[in-house]
Design a protein around this ligand. Structure first.
Ligand code: ATP
Length: 450
């Protein structure tokens, strides 16, 4: 950090000689801007100058350390304070540290060095905290609707409208949609645009955890709760306190674990396995599934009471094939993203290739589109994506049929040819099977159309 943007340290010390020593010593670091005050009042009057750190002599003429510290904390709760005292009273030290002072140093021969180290440590902590804040901000930006959820089809606009509603409150949210439609992206965007954004978004995939481990994963355990529990483990619910827990593939949960989850949601508190303490868990719950939960309730595979508790605000994500032109917006987004990440110049896409993308059915939805665009870029000449660069791995007969650009007459010929081959060129049989006149087939054969 440059001196112009220095780290401001305010030293409060009524003994001018000792104050000068501290001021001189700390001033040896050119990054520090040190100012000295000789009373608590003088410091309070200058807090508007926004120091980064304050050191306090415990016994000042106008007030003592804890009184002054309380006053500082009430107006500047995040300002780190180091107390320097000539009293070797462990009780006072513990009390001040409990109140939240960053460090408590005794006035002796080693004070200067201890102070020097303490300032470095506090500065590093502040730096890390700022970095975390900036990253959280960036993450929030990244997950703002416009940046993270690409598309403006009417079906997606409807989803955005519901998300806006979800963001304003703490209501539970249940997201449904085929695989790869962006359920997790939506859950994250709700979290990072809500009041909870500074706390954690904790995602748990219920389908990926063996059922015997779900309880300990979600609610944690105490040391010694079972063989192998060598340390305490904090569960995902506790981890998400103040934030959001996202339970993906909720339909995969077995009935026993469903009851445990229901209890936690009703009581809003968890008890770690092997523990007694009830821990309040203020979390927003978002669940997702690609299955039909109502059907599972009917089949007695999902508890009805849990179903109603988690349903909250339901958001149904449309499959990609129903989002029209969003396919091309997403393709462009993934093209730019991939080129940027691989230090390539931006690439374009031909009209015929766009057409090919629009005709496909995308069983794997957005995830599949992303993968096939990335592959198409790799296969291309790096200037333009052409139809032959695009290959669909999970192609269905329906896709193939729609993708072939043929007239109805051409399709008819293909069908007749197919049936003729299948029936050993038996015209009578083929005509009967297709319910058309045999003369139509003879005519086509004569004109060499088949
Ligand atoms: N509208 C969108 N805009 C940009 N990227 C998207 C969009 N929807 C999904 N994605 C991307 O597609 C991929 C799959 O999304 P996501 O994991 O959220 O889907 P999902 O529905 O949760 O899938 P699954 O059911 O398999 O868990 C991710 O890489 C995600 O970033």
């Amino acid at each position: 950090m440059e001196a112009t943007n220095g780290f401001k340290i305010f030293v409060v010390e009524d003994d001018p000689w000792y104050g000068q020593i501290l001021e001189y010593h700390l001033g040896l670091n050119p990054d520090y801007e040190v100012r000295r005050f000789d009373s608590g009042r003088a410091l309070l009057d200058h807090l508007y100058l926004k120091p980064n750190l304050v050191t306090l002599d415990f016994s000042l003429p106008d007030m003592n350390g804890d009184e002054l510290y309380n006053k500082i904390r009430s107006s500047h709760p995040d300002l780190p304070v180091i107390v320097i005292s000539s009293q070797e009273d462990i009780g006072v030290a513990v009390k001040l540290l409990k109140m939240g002072v960053s460090d408590y140093l005794l006035k002796d021969d080693s004070t200067k060095d201890l102070l020097w180290n303490s300032v470095i440590r506090i500065r590093e902590n502040q730096h890390l905290r700022n970095e975390v804040e900036t990253l959280k901000e960036e993450l929030g930006q990244k997950f703002s609707f416009q940046n993270s959820i690409i598309g403006n089809s009417p079906s997606l606009q409807k989803v955005f409208g519901l998300m806006e509603k979800a963001i304003k409150t703490n209501i539970n949210v249940s997201i449904t949609g085929e695989t790869g439609t962006g359920k997790e992206v939506v859950a994250k965007a709700i979290h990072y645009n809500s009041k909870r954004k500074k706390k954690k978004f904790v995602a748990v995939n219920m389908g990926a955890i063996p059922k015997d481990l779900i309880e300990s994963e979600l609610f944690g355990y105490e040391k010694g709760a079972f063989t192998g529990a060598v340390t305490r483990k904090i569960g995902k619910f506790e981890e998400a306190i103040g934030g959001t827990i996202f339970l993906d593939e909720i339909a995969e949960m077995d009935l026993n674990n469903q009851s445990k989850l229901l209890r936690v949601l009703q009581e809003r508190e968890v008890t770690r396995i092997g523990g007694h303490e009830k821990i309040k868990v203020d979390v927003r719950l978002i669940v997702a599934t690609h299955q039909n939960l109502a059907e599972k309730v009917k089949a007695n595979e999902f508890r009805e009471d849990l179903f109603f508790r988690i349903m909250g605000l339901p958001i149904a994500l449309p499959p990609l094939r129903d989002r029209g032109n969003d396919i091309l917006l997403l393709a462009k987004f993934f093209m730019d993203e991939f080129c940027k990440a691989n230090d390539m110049a931006p690439i374009s896409i031909s009209l015929a290739a766009k057409d090919k993308l629009l005709k496909y059915q995308y069983p794997g939805n957005v995830r599949e589109l992303k993968a096939l665009i990335e592959l198409a870029i790799v296969m291309s000449n790096e200037n333009e994506i052409l139809p032959e660069d695009i290959s669909f791995t999970s192609i269905t007969k329906e896709d193939l049929f729609l993708m072939e650009q043929k007239t109805l007459k051409e399709h008819t010929k293909d069908i007749i040819k197919y049936y003729l081959q299948k029936n050993d060129n038996d015209v009578m049989n083929t005509a009967r099977l297709l319910d058309i006149g045999k003369s139509t087939i003879y005519k086509m054969l004569k004109e060499r159309e088949l």
